[in-house]
Design a protein around this ligand. Structure first.
Ligand SMILES: [Fe+2]
Length: 177
């Protein structure tokens, strides 16, 4: 750790604010921007679900396989996966390591994109297809933005760090912070 730390922090008045996050502030808070946008997407999807289900007859609920959901929630919007797994914070990941988390974020965006791909394969309603296509495109943009952030973080790593391991936490410990 010592040699790696020295090579990047020599001459810096604040080594803790060194190469990992010093450039992050210049990325225009991209992570909070994406987080805010994702909440807006949740609102869009919830509205679509509400509009598609609010006027269902009991027969349509039965035929669509919607009955188990209906028993628990009537036609109220309750966030769960298509498989029935309820939404919870356990579906989030945060390791506290920028390299691991950004890779996780990129994978999550790809998983969101493929979910929309699968939804589009099943859809025949143009009023739903258009917003879902829009949401799918945004996931691709998010993937690209997280990729840019990951490259920025990796560019700040020691060039001898071939495995893209983030030593930030250990560097802070060894320097007494
Ligand atoms: Fe996204």
């Amino acid at each position: 750790m010592g040699s790696m730390s020295k090579s990047k922090t020599e001459g810096s008045s604040n080594p803790h604010k060194s190469w990992v996050f010093s450039d992050f502030s210049s990325t225009e808070h991209f992570d909070t921007d994406i987080g805010t946008e994702e909440l807006a997407h949740l609102e869009m999807v919830s509205t679509i679900v509400h509009q598609l289900t609010r006027d269902l007859s009991l027969e349509e609920i039965q035929e669509a396989g919607f009955a188990p959901y209906f028993v628990d929630h009537t036609v109220g919007v309750w966030p769960q996966a298509a498989s029935g797994m309820p939404f919870s914070s356990s579906t989030f990941q945060s390791t506290g390591d920028a390299i691991a988390d950004l890779n996780e974020d990129m994978a999550a965006e790809q998983k969101a994109r493929l979910t929309y791909d699968n939804i589009l394969r099943l859809l025949d309603n143009p009023e739903v297809i258009d917003p879902i296509r829009f949401l799918r495109e945004r996931e691709i943009v998010h993937f690209q933005r997280f990729g840019e952030a990951l490259r920025k973080v990796q560019d700040k790593l020691n060039e001898k760090n071939f495995y893209a391991i983030n030593p930030e936490f250990d560097l802070n410990r060894s320097s007494g912070k």
